[in-house]
Design a protein around this ligand. Structure first.
Ligand SMILES: Cc1cc2nc3c(=O)[nH]c(=O)nc-3n(C[C@H](O)[C@H](O)[C@H](O)COP(=O)(O)O)c2cc1C
Length: 407
């Protein structure tokens, strides 16, 4: 955990009355251990799920449940906390508190704090899948997002109400911590900069049904787009087909094939200050694409292949100064191969991934990676959460853009 980000920060953790209230205990504990002062506000119904004494013991802070209570200086709690907090996190957020916040209702200490604050508010809903999908809940979420409230969406999985595979699960503590790390990142530094990010794999059609593809999930590119946005950049995300939700507040251009990705990159390149090419673009495509579905009995015995454009090479050769970051997915001679690619393609930074180890790389939330710039490798190959690695790439980019401006 990047502890320095949380040291000296005050996080108001609002707990509402959902079954996932017990998971907020782990979140409070992790944030406290990371150096944050965590002030808990509980709704009357939250107290029915977890005792305030649990939170008090973990955070070593008084737990606020009463709207009319005052702090030791005689200040009303909801005003003092809403001023002190760097961020207010509502976890779990019930359908009820989402509705109250969307309407500006302030009838208890938690809802009143949300109305009173000027700090960032992050809501982490968790509920039964039908409550989540309810049109009123979705409408309230839209209203909150439009007002700049951050929403960390629930995960799909087993729900307390017995559903085996449904949306509504409270996210993992690490996911929340990563999100808060990005939000609280002191170094912003990408304001006024346009960052072009490519993500996902490409689908190269054989016919309208079949295609050649690869295992890229798009997670790395999406994490980079989010980290760039968190640092104030104007982000354009060019995405191949993925199962990921479009990140909120980021312009997403959806493409399918390598040639479409090339065109989209060319369209947005002139305005880009930096290009991060995280997409796994298929090197080959079928040399012929059938307009009609090929019947099984007419399927050719072998598939002719043609080379796709090398978009990374093309970007680094285009006129105009911009920072270009590439990725190298390798299973052997990781660093040597990546250094060679960095030089050959004239990149500013290359992120070398070891894809030969189980549990990391394609589809996983983890990457075994190392950053290498023109002065050489930075540190050793290490396992990172993709969001953490994205943050490091963005920290490097902020520095590189500053150095460029000074030259
Ligand atoms: C056992 C139980 C579990 C509940 N779990 C959830 C939940 O996970 N999410 C949710 O939105 N509401 C849940 N509810 C409903 C809320 O407790 C209810 O809407 C309440 O009014 C929320 O109050 P609050 O938002 O002021 O805390 C649950 C209710 C019960 C009885």
């Amino acid at each position: 955990m990047t502890e320095y980000i949380f040291k000296g920060k005050t996080i108001a953790l609002g707990v509402s009355g959902g079954i996932a209230a017990y998971k907020a205990v782990d979140l409070a504990s992790e944030l406290t251990q990371a150096g944050a002062t965590v002030k808990i506000i509980m709704s009357e119904n939250a107290v029915k799920f977890v005792s305030p004494i649990t939170f008090q013991s973990i955070t070593c802070q008084p737990v606020i449940t009463d709207l009319f209570a005052s702090n030791p200086q005689g200040r009303i709690y909801h005003i003092s906390i809403s001023e002190e907090a760097d961020v207010i996190v509502i976890a779990p957020a019930t359908a009820n508190i989402l509705a109250k916040a969307a309407c500006g209702i302030a009838d208890d200490t938690l809802s009143t704090t949300i109305v009173a604050t000027r700090s960032a508010v992050v809501m982490i809903p968790a509920m039964n899948n039908y409550m989540w999908l309810n049109k009123a809940t979705q409408h309230n979420l839209e209203t909150l997002r439009e007002r700049g409230i951050h929403i960390i969406e629930p995960e799909v999985g087993r729900l307390a109400c017995g559903e085996e595979e449904a949306i509504g699960r409270f996210p993992k503590t690490e996911t929340i911590i990563d999100y808060l790390k990005n939000l609280l990142t002191v170094v912003r530094g990408l304001e006024g900069k346009t960052i072009l990010v490519t993500a996902g794999g490409t689908h190269e059609p054989i016919d309208p049904v079949r295609f050649i593809g690869n295992r890229s999930s798009g997670k790395m590119g999406y994490a980079i787009a989010e980290a760039a946005e968190a640092r104030g950049g104007d982000v354009v995300l060019i995405s191949g087909p993925t199962c990921l939700r479009p990140p909120y507040g980021i312009k997403v251009v959806n493409v399918e094939t390598a040639r479409q990705m090339k065109q989209a990159v060319l369209d947005y390149l002139p305005q880009a200050d930096a290009v991060i090419m995280a997409a796994a673009i298929a090197d080959f495509r079928p040399s012929e694409e059938s307009v009609e579905k090929i019947k099984k009995e007419k399927m050719p015995k072998s598939l002719g292949l043609g080379l796709n454009p090398d978009i990374l090479q093309m970007v680094s050769e285009k006129e105009g100064r911009r920072i270009v970051v590439g990725f190298a997915a390798e299973s052997e001679n990781i660093i040597e191969s990546a250094v060679e690619k960095l030089k050959k393609k004239n990149l500013d930074l290359i992120v070398a991934n070891n894809i030969g180890k189980p549990g990391v790389g394609f589809g996983s939330d983890l990457n075994l990676a190392i950053l290498i710039d023109r002065s050489g490798p930075m540190g050793d190959l290490k396992t990172y959460r993709k969001s953490d690695l994205a943050g490091r790439i963005m920290d490097w980019l902020v520095g590189a853009l500053k150095r460029d401006a000074a030259d």
